[in-house]
Design a protein around this ligand. Structure first.
Ligand SMILES: [Zn+2]
Length: 294
């Protein structure tokens, strides 16, 4: 599933193709994309809208129109957007929608698994909708280790599960949570509330570094992820933990281990990411001892 770095990479390519352009003609071929609304009605509503900006919040793409409305796109498992020059749109069995722009280029939406969604929101509806679903943006300058600590306080869930929850932080998924925890040297099963100040600082840094690395490589291409120009990301070749079971840890050469946390395949280094908190976190020794015997 595309996570923050993948969606941000898509956004960066879509922005120059869409901003200032008008949606000339819109076809929505799959009613699942816009349900419970009628696809023909949504398509008709979108026609004539001119794009003011292309933004991102967590894993959502936001196409803001000059009218104040916004189209909220979530790619879910296998959604992708492709921009093609005039006359170059090819047939595609998995195309769910296509937008013809006023410069004759096309923006095609493809989705094999069909879990993606398009939601057209009226002026004023966007912020309340998103605020209910997603937490702080981890790459925002105002996001600090102290904020992270506040979001994790009093949460006994494993740190990995807490970070997968979109209301904790926006945009983290299975890949970048594993990468961030590896960088921070924190075991994925540590209770979220048990991290001390130093660990929170490392995790804050690890999250930002993992996401920035992903963006620098234009995301990771596993299965269906594609960029709007048809290209793919390169992050899959630079994972430190994710998907690397049995391969040597880049830091200590111990083979990366695999387990399951929150129902998700989870990769970590059993040497650098100890299950038990380091001894310096003396503020909560009893909790980590109790946890480690489970
Ligand atoms: Zn290691």
């Amino acid at each position: 599933m595309p996570e923050l770095p993948e969606v941000e990479s898509v956004r960066r390519q879509l922005e120059p193709a869409l901003v200032g352009r008008r949606f000339e003609r819109v076809e929505i071929a799959d009613s699942r994309l816009v349900r419970p609304y009628d696809p023909a009605e949504v398509a008709a509503e979108l026609e004539g809208e001119r794009v003011a900006s292309v933004e991102r919040r967590g894993k959502y793409l936001i196409v803001r129109f000059e009218s104040g409305r916004a189209l909220l796109i979530h790619l879910r498992m296998t959604g992708s957007l492709r921009v093609t020059a005039p006359g170059e749109l090819r047939d595609d069995l998995h195309r769910r929608a296509v937008v013809r722009l006023d410069n004759e280029s096309d923006v095609a939406y493809r989705d094999v698994r069909r879990f993606g969604t398009w939601l057209l929101l009226e002026p004023g509806e966007l912020d309340p909708y998103l605020d209910a679903k997603v937490g702080e943006e981890p790459l925002d300058a105002v996001f600090t280790a102290a904020h992270l600590g506040e979001r994790l306080a009093n949460r006994r869930a494993p740190i990995k599960a807490a970070l997968l929850d979109q209301r904790t932080l926006a945009g983290m998924g299975n890949i970048y949570v594993d990468e961030a925890l590896w960088r921070a040297q924190i075991h994925p099963l540590r209770p979220a509330e048990s991290l001390d100040e130093d660990e929170l600082r490392r995790l804050h840094e690890g999250i930002r570094a993992a996401l920035e690395h992903g963006i620098a490589r234009q995301g990771s291409t596993l299965r269906d992820y594609r960029l709007p120009d048809g290209g793919s990301g390169g992050m899959q070749d630079e994972f430190r933990a994710y998907g690397r079971e049995g391969e040597p840890c880049d830091r200590c050469a111990t083979p990366i281990a695999k387990t399951r946390v929150a129902g998700r395949g989870t990769w970590f280094c059993p040497e650098c990411q100890p299950r038990q908190a380091a001894s310096r976190s003396s503020s909560r020794p009893s909790r980590s001892r109790r946890q480690s015997s489970v």
